[in-house]
Design a protein. Structure first.
Length: 183
């Protein structure tokens, strides 16, 4: 396309397709422009929660939290330590986001935090399983490679690396994105 004297506009509702094509992107929702920019930069630094939801498949997981002292407090009993990219956060209420492919059934590294939830649904999609879980009233999706069978209503343990967390204000604006963000 670079050798041609033309502008090509390609539309897609698939985030993976947009990432493969690269170039520049315009994120639209209900006819409104939400964000424009280089595709990979918009994916790794969505300006708002709405952009993160539209540009994630399944939509990004969102959890209300409170920062007090050295960590995020989620639910009744879970504190996630602030990573280096989050040290500048002041005490207060936030929304953290994490993409479903950054949640795993097994720990991926030593910094992973275990979270126990209730399984609402195990959805097999080709060679992946999407676990729809309920963590203290918050619905989350865990995307795992492989085909798994688990009993609905059972407890399920999954893991997240705090370094993969996005931090949004309560108004939905991006405050921090993961420093080493990967698709």
């Amino acid at each position: 396309f670079k050798q041609r004297d033309a502008i090509v506009v390609y539309t897609s509702t698939e985030p993976a397709e947009a990432l493969k094509l690269g170039g520049n992107i315009v994120i639209l929702d209900e006819g409104r422009v939400l964000q424009t920019g280089i595709t990979s930069e918009v994916f790794h630094r969505p300006a708002t929660i709405k952009v993160a939801e539209v540009f994630s498949d399944p939509p990004i997981n969102l959890i209300d939290c409170n920062v007090e002292g050295p960590g995020f407090h989620l639910g009744n009993d879970l504190t996630i330590p602030l990573t280096m990219h989050m040290k500048s956060l002041t005490s207060g209420d936030y929304i953290v986001g994490i993409r479903s492919n950054h949640l795993h059934l097994n720990p991926q590294n030593k910094t992973d935090i275990a979270i126990e939830a209730i399984l609402d649904l195990a959805e097999i999609n080709g060679s992946e399983t999407f676990f729809h879980v309920n963590y203290t009233g918050t619905k989350l999706v865990v995307q795992e490679l492989g085909v798994y069978s688990k009993k609905i209503g059972s407890k399920i343990l999954f893991y997240l690396d705090p370094a993969n967390l996005f931090v949004f204000s309560k108004a939905g604006e991006l405050i921090l994105s993961p420093k080493n963000a990967s698709a």
